[in-house]
Design a protein around this ligand. Structure first.
Ligand code: FES
Ligand code: FES
Length: 178
């Protein structure tokens, strides 16, 4: 069955309207961006540069964002596949309150453990961890390792990442969930 959303018109663009919600903001994607990846749209069109380009092939996880609450590799997702999708990036992970910005428990734990070294992989690491804790609030060390091993870190911060995820689970519970 043909899919009008994904029908390529031969000029690198699609004709159907593509609307996405990114960090709560409703956005109509300009037609020239329909065949671009979500990662490039975020970085080049919206200026949301927290998500990083690493491998561009789905291996490293530096580009990880949430799509429908799931950790997703934005370098692999064409915009035309995301109509009506709900996307959250690292820029939208903290909660805005009357008292100001409240960091997500994962971000709080990252600060407490001083996790980043160069920082390049860290937005992807944090988004992966946040998605894990949303579905598995009390992960075992093994579950943390299995999940986080899919995100690469050239600086070798793996031990601090795993410790921080376990701390984030405790913070999330203490703060009544996120
Ligand atoms: S840049 Fe997307 S997985 Fe590496
Ligand atoms: S902190 Fe440098 S790549 Fe992970």
């Amino acid at each position: 069955m043909s899919d009008p959303i994904n029908k390529d018109k031969g000029n690198g663009a699609t004709s159907a309207v593509v609307k996405v919600r990114i960090n709560g903001r409703r956005i109509t994607v300009p037609t020239p961006w329909h065949n671009a990846t979500l990662l490039m749209f975020l970085r080049e069109e919206l200026g949301l540069t927290g998500s990083k380009f690493g491998c561009g092939e789905g291996y490293c996880g530096a580009c990880t964002v949430h799509v429908g609450g799931n950790a997703s590799r934005s370098c692999l997702l064409p915009m035309h596949s995301l109509n009506e999708a709900n996307v959250r990036t690292i820029e939208g992970l903290a909660t805005q309150t009357d008292a100001g910005e409240r960091l997500h428990p994962v971000q709080q734990a990252w600060v407490a453990h001083n996790v980043p070294q160069c920082g390049y992989c860290q937005a992807g690491q944090i988004m992966t961890a946040a998605a894990l804790l949303a579905t598995t609030p009390h992960p075992t060390s093994t579950e943390v390792q299995q999940t986080m091993d899919a995100n690469l870190c050239r600086c070798g911060t793996y031990n601090r990442i795993k410790a921080a995820v376990l701390t984030a689970a405790e913070l999330q519970e203490a703060q009544g969930g996120q």
